[in-house]
Design a protein around this ligand. Structure first.
Ligand code: 4NP
Length: 146
């Protein structure tokens, strides 16, 4: 399974989802590839927001080596699943879809619920981590049944 985590900036939420999912698949010995990208282009080439890096480290996950990149059309070919954090991300990604097959790959991490954007609120990084972790666990359970 090749899975791409997507948010707006690729510095707060999707790097967390990327790191958490990588950790979970590693623990389970799964041969999954995980990556992340942003729909926006403001932070290309930068590392994750320090608040996300710090929050991940509290949970034993090092995301400091990740490099921000922008979502690209080719991602529809390169990944089996494109997992967005909120409805706005979903709209942005679906607008780039070339066909129904591309569209079918796009899901929200929490189903009908959104992972809120924590960028402007320092207090949101801890709850966002928890939401992302639960979403990743639920997603894994859905695909591998544990
Ligand atoms: P993210 O948060 O989508 O979770 O990475 C954001 C990061 C940066 C910006 C917006 C959201 N920004 O506007 O620069």
């Amino acid at each position: 399974m090749k899975i791409l985590m997507v948010c707006l900036g690729n510095i707060c939420r999707s790097p967390l989802a990327h790191g958490v999912m990588e950790q979970l698949v590693k623990e389970r010995g799964l041969d999954w590839q995980v990556d992340s990208a942003g729909t926006g282009n403001w932070h290309i080439g930068q590392g994750p927001d320090r608040r996300s890096t710090r929050e991940a480290l509290k949970h034993g996950i090092d995301i400091s080596n990740q490099i921000c990149r922008q979502f690209r059309i080719r991602d529809f070919d390169d990944f089996d699943l494109i997992v967005v954090m909120d409805r706005s991300n979903r709209t942005d990604v679906l607008n780039l879809a070339r066909n129904e097959q591309d569209k079918a790959k796009v899901i929200m991490l929490l189903g009908d619920k959104e992972v809120p954007d924590p960028y402007h609120d320092d207090t949101q990084f801890a709850p966002v981590f928890n939401l992302v972790e639960q979403g990743c666990k639920d997603l894994l359970a859905k695909y591998i049944g544990s």
